[in-house]
Design a protein around this ligand. Sequence first.
Ligand code: PLP
Length: 465
Amino acid sequence: MTEQGVAATDNSGAGNSAASRDKAYFLHPYTNLHAHETQGPLIIERGEGVRVFDDSGKEYIEGLASLWCVSLGWGEERLVEAATRQMRKLPTYHVFGHKSHEPGIDLAERLIKLAPVPMSKVFFANSGSEANDTAVKLVWYYNNALGRPEKKKILSRVKAYHGVTVATASLTGLVNNHRDFDLPIARIQHTDCPHHYRFAEPGESEEDFATRLAESLEALILAEGPDTIAAMFAEPVMGAGGVIVPPATYFAKIQPILKKYDILLVADEVICGFGRTGNFWGSKTMGMEPDILTCAKQLSSGYLPISAVMVSDAVYRACVEESKKIGTFGHGYTYSAHPVAAAVAIETLKIYEERDLVGHVRAVAPLFQRRLKALADHPLVGEARGVGLIGALELVADKETKTPFDPVGRAGAVVNGLSQENGLIIRAMGDSVAVCPPLVIGEEDINLMFDRLTTALDAAIPVLR
Ligand code: PLP
């Protein structure tokens, strides 16, 4: 259609500005679609270090690293060059049917060598959701290979976030990802959320709370039938559910139960992987020994979409046996191990090593956590929680009774909006607001980030009270 034709038939209300064209044409993910029709977008034009700038030139500290992923910040020329070099050499090629290429091979080798526990092989996908969806299918395939067609149920946790495909949104334990999407699908069970502040009994220690959750998990497994449960998915630190750090001894108590009933552990390292919690893997920080590990986001510093699924030798061997029996392993994406994304991921991993990014996180995390936890004294904050360079504040109407604001979500939205006005991008998840800046952030910007957050919290008091 000609441009004239569009104009003649267009009744969308589109004007010439980017904001009005956005409202006219763009269906946004994770956005209140009704509010967007009046409110419109915040248009981000460019980035530099830990900062982004909108189309009016206003500067923001990106306190969530653009959805928990831009570890190296904006403007990392080495990633641009790695992508450009690969674009010129082999801009795209698939890896189906025995085809391969050097960037895919190199990245797989690097990941296996970096794995927190011995792993055998890497499968590549394009997003965290696809990686976890692949893990679900591998778990089912594995149990069919072992002749256990009944062992297929998958456990996840209330407030978990594992993605938005049909299967992974079902694993996600958040109401908004199920409601009106006709989810969850069958064979998914949610067990307790390991949030001590919200769900511990009065006076219950972290250790006792962890024991109770482990007992509750075992009771669920026994009620469902251990022979029907195939795997449990868990983020080392729950991210989008509100940055929930599990209580002390949690995984130490959960894992023997999974082992006892031959249930695989899938570690979802989509946020925690690559240094976020102060170790290269969140699994190390939390003492997890997964059979399958998924990662994405910081794998490429978010510069290009790529994700990975690492599997243990036992899982891999069973899949090989099944393939021997039935032929081709019938799973893969056109862009699995996309060579340009893989080249950028390889360069990202090289930079992590050369610049000792984990060492940097360990050096600045104490200041980050000190500033975060000092906000527990703020009149609106019920709990300040976090580890490494990730944290959240839970906003409450009454600190003594932990009573949430009514309606839930308004306080989070208010603090989110005021932070943005004050030059800080964070993320509200209900009434918890998360901070998760680029891993390269320095002490000066950590202080500035928390100064801006404090200003926003102070400004929220008269609005919310
Ligand atoms: N798993 C975790 C822990 C995540 O935080 C996310 C996204 O935030 C996902 C999976 C899904 O990743 P994606 O949005 O790339 O599909």
